[in-house]
Design a protein around this ligand. Structure first.
Ligand code: COA
Length: 329
């Protein structure tokens, strides 16, 4: 099918008010140090939503993106929302966001692609714009991972943060700009390496689940690390090839912000020097589906992305899912 020429017309972010620094883990009884966390991950702090809901964060990001794109809620044809930590399990987080925004005309759905949620969401939105003739879509990545993190497990609780990022996708007549290529993949045979074992329909919440804390995220960090580098590197190559670009054509790479060592290894494989890679994992930690759109919004705001910039977005997450997208602004 022919690409519908969809451009990113505005971005926004919704960040919780509360900062949680590495030094604060001692106060909740976690045996770790700032030095260990920074050396292994590059993370110095993360934001934690104490009072904000996931919907609040998503709505803030969405309103900011709509304002920059000059789009009213009633003009949205579609809302695609990526999350692994919705406020409630039914209905979708996307319809809760729709209600908060007053976007009454939109079709709204969630995509379950964990940290790759924004890239998967953009692919879904672009496809629906092509087939359903939609003009304007809102793609959001939002997480309140603090609610599904085991705050007694030092191997995971130091990694995650809360936040939301959003983008308005609009059909464009300008063929040189917008989404140039996309690539997404998944491998469900590796699902147990990063998952929430309980709380779903197979093993619903009960006293046993709460006792073994299996409603929280569990991860085999070493295995995830290896697969993340391999898959994100591959996705970069595929998205570049599909857009007939090389690493040298990329003005800025926006990788999923999980770990600075994963980012460095991925950039090296893609032949993109670190001065062309956006990094904010030090301030946010891993915000899963929100990480790419938060970074994208900051990169535009700070002038790292300008009119004409060619940008490569790439992500990896639980599933495993991974993907990349080349975009010209
Ligand atoms: C999680 C991660 C930082 C751990 O680093 P690592 O070098 O693999 O460390 P290991 O898990 O092998 O643990 C090494 C030691 O550090 C300890 N450790 C784990 N977390 C710690 C913490 N927060 N503070 C101090 N020590 C810690 C472990 O207990 C282990 O101790 P031991 O050797 O006495 O058993 C790393 O594997 C990683 O970043 N993985 C990818 C995670 C990720 O990004 N996931 C999301 C992808 S979307």
């Amino acid at each position: 099918m022919k690409r519908p020429f969809v451009h990113l017309a505005g971005t926004g972010r919704g960040i919780p008010a509360t900062v949680f620094k590495n030094s604060e883990f001692a106060s909740i009884g976690i045996d770790t140090t700032d030095e260990w966390i920074v050396e292994r991950t590059g993370i110095k702090q993360r934001y934690v939503a104490r009072t904000e809901t996931a919907t609040d964060l998503a709505a803030k990001a969405a309103r900011c993106a709509m304002e920059k794109a000059g789009v009213q809620p009633g003009e949205l044809d579609l809302i695609v929302l990526g999350t692994a930590s919705p406020d409630r399990l039914l209905p979708s987080a996307a319809v809760d966001l729709q209600a908060a925004l007053g976007a009454g005309r939109a079709a709204a759905l969630d995509v379950g692609a964990a940290c790759s949620g924004f890239i998967y969401g953009s692919v879904v939105a672009e496809g629906m714009m092509a087939t359903a003739g939609y003009e304007t879509a809102l793609v959001v990545g939002v997480e309140k991972l603090s609610a599904i993190t085991d705050w007694t497990d030092r191997s995971t609780c130091v990694l995650f943060g809360d936040g939301a990022g959003a983008a308005i996708l609009k059909r464009s007549r300008q063929h040189q700009k917008g989404i140039l290529s996309t690539y997404v993949r998944s491998d469900g045979t590796l699902g147990d390496l990063l998952c929430r074992p309980s709380g779903g329909a197979k093993r619903p919440f009960n006293a046993d689940v709460l006792a073994d804390r299996s409603q929280f995220i569990r991860m085999n960090g070493r295995e995830v690390f290896k697969h993340a580098v391999r898959s994100m590197s591959d996705a970069c190559g595929r998205a570049l090839d599909a857009a007939k670009l090389t690493g040298a054509d990329i003005d800025l790479m926006i990788p999923h912000q999980a770990n600075v060592r994963i980012i460095e290894a991925t950039a090296k494989h893609a032949n993109i020097p670190m001065d062309k890679v956006y990094v904010n994992v030090d301030r946010y930690g891993n915000t899963s589906a929100a990480s790419v759109p938060i970074a994208l919004d900051e990169a535009i705001e700070t002038g790292r992305i300008r009119d004409g910039s060619t940008v490569l977005l790439v992500a990896f997450g639980a599933g495993f899912t991974w993907g990349a997208m080349a975009v010209r602004f």
